[in-house]
Design a protein around this ligand. Structure first.
Ligand code: GLA
Length: 724
């Protein structure tokens, strides 16, 4: 049992492999948070809440200063209910507040978990256990259910909540986070992943939190290229390997917010959920609303330990089981090869050469239903002149060549120049005027079920009978002036996300056992919400390998490498900066591997090189799918980047060292490896040298020993455990 309830002291203790999360039903039936951190025994820790109440604060008892929500940890904290800190929920009842103080009513503990209807969630595993706690106000008109779903083996607790209107008047909700965690003290740094289009998650931002509010959020209707729902709090001296770290993330792809506030006592509150800007949701009598799911983890093994907990949880419990650990197809994608000039002949030519390069799948990107980006989205009609056999015919031809077939879609959008928009100009998200245009397109109003169904039907009809193995699902603009002709304004952004998830689910179901790769102009929706539907995500439109090193390394803080889609592309790709083949391969082999270049331009020698890269990737792929990542040198040093992937049984490891700047004399540099078994002997497959894991991890390796190869190519060295 990982969820324990002690009747005597009314204390809940959630115990994972290495962490404890403790709260209790306290006096006045509040749900008082007591502790989150390293695993401890089943002691009564209620004493930690014996805190002085100071002047001006409100307290529950009329006679003595004995209980004030303002100085105690709270599992849920409504606005205007006695806690003066940043609230986790804000609501009122028909414009009035009677009493928002919430009281514990009941709880249940059970094995397994319930799915969350219409939203992504962590899937059930053999060990999953759930605690539900029901709370309500004094009049029993507003009821909350707080869910704690425990994944003890990976040290993850998933949380979400439901609010129900049990009264007769309407309930208006202005803020509804997924999770609240209070810490006594504030000796933390906050870590977030910052970026921009073409440089997503490339800056791992870390700064001490101060009194006041730190907010990491997105108002773009997507999780965005700029910020990411991932947020960590760590001790000031925590590093990759040691120190306490708390990681948080959200299974959601729309407007989100991670708020860290430090109050006058120096206590810290962390909130994660839907951003409340412009949010206002009305529940009629009997209706309820469920928040997205947040996940949290604790590690005393530094940021590396936190990442590995998240990687394991995401692979085991968020990504669909049939894809999570299965080898991924090595794709050739048509985008950087042909852009909008793609045609059946060109795709077949790509397929012909792909076979010589160890490629498994040809992906037809944008351009099959439109000649440029100003038309066609929403209609999904194949251009017959360019694709005379249609998508069905082309997919059959590709399959006949022994390859798989993938297709690009952007179902949530419509071009102004489309039948759909001409017929129903109200099909888009807009206010009383036309919204700003972006990439010549608008966002479809997916709060409308008829639009969701119409798009799903149109795409299913167009692809009827086609042999599709993979879908690249794109989303190429942010939401602006998002209003709807049918949904209430304060509900639009969230309803839009619910509609998007619905459309994804319908098309996934209709297309059968298809691998989805989501994308949003690269990594604009690289989040756990999308990973629930798509085992991998296109990481960035920036395919310059030097830039990719930063982007991919940053992304790995929160997401497993197998989810990070990486392609070997033309040398002068996005940036015009040249790079060697080996360097490009080594960077792209960080995640799920593929190609994106015009193969017809490359002769037999190049194709042989591509084939050997594909074979090498296949040989090492298991480390991506099942192994552990240890980051060694951050590219933010601006000199090098290094990491090692180690199999769970510690028998195999793959070390990568990439030089980003010609920094001069690095022959003398030594680097200590990580993650190996100290007692095992490992053969360095490059030098043949055999040393103990303990030696490699303490004395280290000499980078100069790898110098027999070219420095600008980087080094990728396998270590294999040998019998003594
Ligand atoms: C986005 C994607 C690219 C490509 C284009 C096609 O920018 O990120 O990979 O699919 O759209 O229009």
């Amino acid at each position: 049992m990982s969820i324990l309830f002690n009747e005597n002291n009314q204390q809940f203790h959630i115990q994972t492999k290495n962490s404890s999360y403790i709260f209790c039903v306290s006096d006045f039936q509040a749900l008082e948070h007591l502790y989150y951190g390293k695993r401890i025994p089943q002691d009564d820790v209620k004493y930690i809440g014996n805190r002085q109440i100071y002047s001006h604060l409100g307290y529950e008892s009329r006679d003595k200063r004995d209980f004030s929500a303002s100085v105690l940890g709270m599992e849920i904290s409504p606005f205007n209910a006695g806690d003066i800190r940043v609230p986790s929920v804000v609501y009122n009842y028909d414009g009035k507040v009677d009493c928002n103080r919430l009281r514990y009513r009941s709880h249940t503990i059970y094995e397994g978990r319930q799915p969350i209807d219409g939203l992504p969630y962590s899937r059930v595993s053999a060990e999953t256990e759930t605690l539900e706690v029901v709370m309500s106000d004094d009049e029993n008109t507003v009821e909350f259910t707080l869910y704690y779903v425990v994944y003890a083996d990976v040290d993850v607790i998933a949380r979400h909540q439901t609010i129900k209107n049990k009264g007769t008047m309407s309930l208006s909700i202005q803020k509804f986070t997924s999770m609240c965690v209070d810490f006594y003290g504030s000796d933390f740094d906050a870590v977030t992943l910052e970026g921009i289009y073409l440089y997503e998650k490339a800056h791992v931002s870390r700064a001490p939190i101060k009194r006041g509010i730190f907010k990491n959020n997105s108002l773009t209707g997507t999780s965005s290229h700029n910020h990411n729902p991932f947020l960590a709090l760590c001790e000031h001296n925590a590093d990759e390997d040691k120190g306490e770290v708390y990681g948080f993330n959200l299974l959601y792809s729309g407007n989100f917010s991670g708020e860290v506030s430090v109050n006058q006592l120096g206590d810290t509150r962390v909130l994660t959920g839907i951003d409340d800007t412009g949010f206002c949701w009305t529940l009629k009598s009997g209706e309820e609303l469920t928040s997205p799911e947040a996940i949290m983890t604790y590690s005393d093994q530094g940021l590396g330990g936190m990442s590995r907990n998240f990687h394991d949880h995401i692979r085991q419990n968020i990504i669909e089981k049939e894809f999570a650990f299965a080898p991924r197809p090595i794709v050739i994608n048509s985008w950087e090869a042909s852009y909008f000039t793609v045609s059946e002949d060109k795709v077949l030519a790509l397929a012909e050469t792909a076979k010589d390069c160890g490629i498994d799948m040809v992906v037809l990107d944008d351009g099959w239903f439109r000649p440029h980006d100003k038309m066609g989205l929403g209609d999904w009609r194949t251009i017959k002149d360019k694709f005379p056999s249609g998508i069905k015919g082309l997919s059959e031809k590709i399959h006949a060549m022994g390859l798989k077939f993938g297709l690009w879609l952007e179902p949530e959008m419509v071009n102004e120049d489309s039948e759909l928009y001409r017929e129903d100009p109200k099909c888009i998200l807009s206010t009383s005027r036309l919204p700003l245009i972006s990439r010549s397109q608008y966002v479809l109003d997916l709060t409308r079920d008829d639009i969701v169904e119409r798009i799903a039907d149109r795409i299913s009809e167009e692809l009827e009978g086609a042999q599709i193995d993979y879908i690249k699902w794109d989303f190429n603009r942010y939401l602006t002036e998002a209003g709807s002709y049918t949904a209430a304004q304060g509900e639009v952004y969230h309803r839009q996300m619910l509609g998007a998830y619905k459309l994804l689910s319908i098309l996934k179901q209709r297309l059968g056992n298809v691998l989805f790769e989501t994308c949003s102009g690269g990594g604009g929706r690289f989040d756990l919400g999308m990973l629930f539907y798509s085992p991998q995500i296109w990481t960035s439109d920036n395919t310059d390998p030097y830039a990719r090193v930063y982007i991919q390394y940053g992304t790995s803080y929160a997401y497993p490498v197998s989810a990070i889609s990486c392609h070997f592309t033309e040398g002068e790709c996005t940036s015009g900066r040249p790079s060697s083949y080996d360097f490009r391969y080594r960077v792209a082999a960080f995640g799920s591997y593929g190609y994106e270049l015009d193969l017809s331009k490359y002769g037999a020698e190049d194709r042989a090189a591509f084939k050997s890269y594909s074979e090498q990737y296949r040989k090492d792929e298991d480390l991506n799918l099942n192994g552990d990542l240890y980051r060694l040198i951050s590219p933010e040093s601006d000199k090098f980047c290094a990491y090692i992937k180690v199999s769970k049984d510690k028998k195999k490891a793959l070390f990568t060292f990439l030089e980003l700047n010609a920094t001069g004399f690095i022959e003398c540099m030594t680097l200590r490896l990580k993650g190996l078994a100290p007692e095992k002997l490992y053969r360095n497959e490059e030098t043949g040298e055999i040393l103990y894991g303990a030696t490699l991890m303490n004395v280290g390796i000499r980078i100069g020993d790898l110098y027999r190869k070219k420095r600008e190519d980087g080094y990728m060295v396998a270590f294999t455990a040998v019998e003594e």
